[in-house]
Design a protein around this ligand. Structure first.
Ligand SMILES: *Cc1c(COP(=O)(O)O)cnc(C)c1O
Length: 229
């Protein structure tokens, strides 16, 4: 295993190459370093190597890590990328920049309610179950457009795009990434703020190049940077 700094450098090169191959600008893809199960010291190491955006999946772990003294006063931008239950919204609301894992109207309503209480404006993504596997979280694609009307009306939160976790098989993953991109296009047609619907959070260590090729604007990479969990 190489150092975290070396791994980050390698990933950044791969992102650049994938962008060039897809005819995209290299700065059109943001790298979110996924640190679940990894200690705050490793977050610090990545931070010192110039990585600013980090993703966590579990509420308790996220709260402990983000509050760790070694990360105090650091300019970290936190993304919550895990499945978020309504009863946990409260504890993370004032600590995250973007919530990726909202997959129900009721959770979005809770997010809106807490954002109002804290006088915050929160950006979020809707998680879509593009593979149709019943074991996966995410809103079914065929529910997206009918739910969107209600989502758009919720105060203090802004839907910025879509997120998905693809199947392990790379050909299926490509199809699912494409599905997510097309869903975002459909969503823009009915949105009161289409110019704000810019984000596609898709692609992980094993498939981020395919995701970039299909239009990912954020990729979430863990094990290729920090090693196996
Ligand atoms: C763990 C996790 C990742 C990172 O996965 P790797 O395969 O380690 O890169 C990305 N997205 C989500 C939602 C995750 O839970």
């Amino acid at each position: 295993m190489q150092s975290i700094a070396a791994n980050l450098e390698a990933i950044r090169e791969q992102i650049k190459a994938a962008c060039i191959k897809a005819g995209r600008q290299p700065d059109s893809v943001r790298l979110i370093a996924v640190t679940k199960t990894k200690p705050a010291a490793q977050v610090k190491e990545a931070l010192d190597a110039g990585q600013l955006e980090f993703g966590e999946s579990y509420v308790q772990e996220f709260l402990e890590k983000s509050g760790d003294p070694i990360l105090e006063n650091s300019p970290i931008v936190w993304h919550f990328i895990g499945h978020l239950q309504s009863n946990k919204v409260r504890s993370i609301i004032d600590k995250v920049t973007l919530v990726h894992g909202i997959d129900k109207l009721s959770t979005a309503e809770e997010l809106s309610k807490r954002a109002q209480q804290h006088n915050l404006q929160i950006d979020y993504l809707l998680e879509v179950n593009t593979s149709g596997e019943s074991s996966k979280y995410g809103m079914p694609p065929d529910k997206l457009l009918s739910t969107a009307e209600s989502l758009f009306k919720l105060p203090n939160i802004t839907l910025r795009g879509l997120m998905t976790i693809a199947s392990p098989d790379i050909e299926s993953a490509r199809r699912e990434f494409r599905t997510l991109r097309l869903l975002l296009e459909s969503l823009k047609k009915i949105a009161p703020h289409p110019q704000k619907l810019t984000e596609l959070s898709m692609g992980m260590s094993g498939d981020f190049e395919a995701a970039i090729n299909e239009g990912a604007t954020m990729i979430r990479v863990g094990s290729s940077i920090f090693g196996w969990r």
